[in-house]
Design a protein around this ligand. Structure first.
Ligand SMILES: [Zn+2]
Length: 504
């Protein structure tokens, strides 16, 4: 029996507003001591009244518009009731029945093929508090910048315990509910990359998955070929990187097929991804909407979105990734492939354009090659991102290095190692080049001397060259480069070698 994999993703993104969703508390809690960004509203005290954060509504409208959604004229908030220690009020204010945006789509590309993934809706809700569980087996936990000392570890004679940090409670959370249009883990990954990039372009969320400001839950089921009905829908949680989403979905698709083939019954349930073991485990049987006893939030009025305001937001939307990619092709004459990669990350695309603005004589293709090659390599090797790279090497300093390289003051190999040192030490290119004596040798006399040595020491290669084996020249160039520790100007070496070989 053949099965089709059916995936729908739900993404929660924390919005970059200054205050929380329904109170004035600051959202800038990342390095704040626990329980310092709190007030009666986000602590869930009885008798307090929430007020809607306009900026959060605006960011959600922006996102919904960028995702080609229809914007509702009339929206409202609902109470989603469930008891959990991280939910201060015992209910979450969410939008279940009248979301801000609905019926949109996001275009993804896998293996050169474009595909539209439907967006069921984009709505607003609030984040919950953070629980820190200390168990007997837990290693000592230090939350950087928060606790001067490690938290006391639970020990066999001391029971496990949990800590509650309410700072995150009430932070605006935008949920983007995708339609089950995704058919493979790779499509799921592309969808997330595309969506995160869009949120970063809009400036509405950091999209940082490791820090939890961009979270993804996945619904996955398999459907027998020629059957309209998929088997049981399974929700997978606890994935905190794009890679984890990919691996969890791949695991789950296989597990469900194996179960079906063995004739076992699949049940609708929630499963958690266990990163260390590379598996998903059952958490609880899936709840249904009626379990939450949704009802309209009585403390908030319905929200009517003024058409003119929505149109004003639409007219102010920034340039989005696809438009920027097309402009990069037209304006900088870059190949579509390069433009696609550069504009996938707003930070990378910004960095590219800044270097270009600093020095218009640098070739766009050259800058692109460096960013997609060496810079991406350094970022991956150091497990950091473009923002961190930028903090270590400003566009101005990067432009200086490229100028030195294009003026042939240093070889490509040297430029690469200078870049690495700039990243590691924060020094500028010129001082590293001076300190390490890396300046490229363009002195013909010096190079000629090495050329003569190379010809004298490699009679076989010379004979091969004269017999018509042109690739022997490469070998001889390599000998000269090695003798000059990579500092000789390769173009000059080539020219001089050819000349000498013709003469000899
Ligand atoms: Zn508050």
């Amino acid at each position: 029996m053949n099965y089709e994999t059916i995936i729908g993703l739900e993404v929660h993104a924390q919005l970059l507003t200054r205050s929380k969703m329904f109170c004035r508390c600051s959202t800038d809690y990342a390095s704040a001591p626990p329980n310092t960004h709190v007030c009666p509203v986000c602590l869930g005290m009885p008798g307090v009244l929430p007020a809607i954060n306009q900026q959060a509504v605006e960011y959600t409208v922006m996102t919904a518009l960028a995702l080609n959604c229809t914007i509702s004229d009339y929206t409202k908030f609902d109470r989603k009731n469930y008891p959990y220690p991280d939910l201060m009020k015992g209910y979450q204010i969410s939008q279940s029945y009248a979301p801000i945006g609905h019926h949109g789509w996001l275009t993804i590309e896998v293996d050169g093929e474009k595909k539209r993934v439907g967006i069921a809706n984009v709505h607003l809700e609030e984040d919950v508090a953070k629980l820190i569980h200390i168990t007997t087996f837990a290693p000592e936990i230090v939350i950087s910048g928060v606790h001067p000392k490690p938290l006391p570890r639970a020990s066999p004679d001391r029971e496990a315990y949990s800590l509650v940090d309410v700072n995150r409670s009430g932070v605006p959370l935008m949920e983007i509910v995708g339609e089950p249009d995704i058919r493979s883990p790779e499509e799921a990954r592309q969808y997330l990359i595309k969506l995160r990039s869009l949120l970063q372009y809009l400036g509405v969320s950091t999209g940082n998955m490791e820090e939890g400001s961009f979270r993804c839950d996945a619904n996955i089921s398999i459907c027998p070929e020629n059957s309209p009905e998929p088997l049981a829908k399974v929700e997978v949680k606890n994935m905190n990187s794009f890679k984890a989403v990919y691996l969890a979905l791949e695991y789950e698709a296989k597990r469900q097929r194996r179960m079906a083939e063995e004739g076992k019954k699949l049940i609708q349930e929630t499963r958690g991804w266990v990163e260390e073991r590379g598996i998903t485990v059952a958490q609880r049987s899936k709840e249904y909407a009626h379990d939450y006893r949704y009802f309209p939030e009585p403390d908030l009025p319905p929200l009517v979105l003024n058409r003119d305001w929505v149109e004003e937001i639409r007219s102010k939307l920034p340039e989005l990734p696809e438009a920027r990619r097309d402009r990069f092709v037209a304006e900088y004459n870059l190949p579509l492939y390069d433009a696609n990669l550069l504009t996938a990350s707003k930070a990378m695309a910004d960095y590219f354009e800044e270097i270009r603005k600093i020095n218009m004589s640098l070739s766009a293709k050259e800058i692109s090659n460096w960013l997609l090659g060496e810079v991406s390599r350094i970022i991956n090797a150091n497990n950091c991102d473009m923002n961190e790279f930028r903090q270590r090497i400003s566009p101005e300093r990067f432009a200086e290095l490229l100028v030195l390289h294009s003026e042939a003051a240093i070889s490509t190999a040297s430029a690469k190692s200078v870049l690495e040192e700039m990243f590691n030490t924060g020094k500028d290119a010129a001082s590293i080049i001076t300190q390490r004596g890396l300046s490229q040798i363009s002195d013909t006399e010096v190079i000629e001397r090495e050329v003569i040595v190379a010809i004298r020491n490699n009679a076989q290669a010379v004979a091969d060259y004269k017999a018509g084996k042109k690739q022997s020249l490469k070998f001889l160039v390599g000998q000269v480069m090695r003798a000059t520790r990579g500092r000789a100007n390769p173009t000059l070496v080539n020219e001089l070698l050819e000349k000498k070989l013709e003469e000899g």
